[in-house]
Design a protein around this ligand. Sequence first.
Ligand code: PGA
Length: 252
Amino acid sequence: MKKTLVVANWKMAPRNLLEAKSLLSSLKRLANKSNVSLVVAPPAPFISSFGASLRGGNLFLGAQDVSFYEGGAHTGEYSAAMLRSCNVSYVIVGHSERRGAGETNDMVAKKVRAALDAKLKVILCIGEHNRDKDGEYLEELRTQMRESLHGIFASDLKNMVIAYEPVWAIGRTAAFALPSSELVQTALFIRKVLSELFDNGSALSLQILYGGSVERGNAESIAECGAVTGALVGHASLSSEEFADVVAAFDQ
Ligand code: PGA
């Protein structure tokens, strides 16, 4: 069983480096007293400063995106090797907000490959846009997984984590998050698709996180349902007190 992982996806916050460093200090204190592995994924401008101050322990540095190019004329992009050289361990790939800005499954697959080749661990985000009662959203998930994992081998999966984030549940409040009974079913479906794409062993061992309005009010029921071994936390990771409560719920 893999160690529980809780990821703080800060998105485009906080407002400046000073505030970011202060939030990082509270995360370091939290990581020191927690058994859960923590990842902080700050905005790209803060990465190199954070990388210089994070060495070892339970808190790892993550990036919110990566280019699939190794280098060259790609203004605004940064490579997996650059991230690695700044002490980044994890990269979030295929977040719905990146997909919403035009990232396709094909691009996601290339980013996953580039990140793995640079020895980064990948947090691959998947999730349906809507839930329909006929279950068509399951096909959306299957296609997303098949195409986003194109070119990935079973042997790569030990360096990957799936973050299941239903798009409709992101950025809302705990009351609107996916109920844990439905999370159990969806996690089973994800493992079924993984077994179709790879093999049963890989399907069972790959770590799945839940994301989408994880807050202190629902973290416990998500942790207790047993379907996932951690969470990808957006807005609730910007308050050190609330994030500590979320982490505590997974630290059982
Ligand atoms: P949220 O974001 O916790 O604010 O819903 C999660 C995410 O988008 O990763």
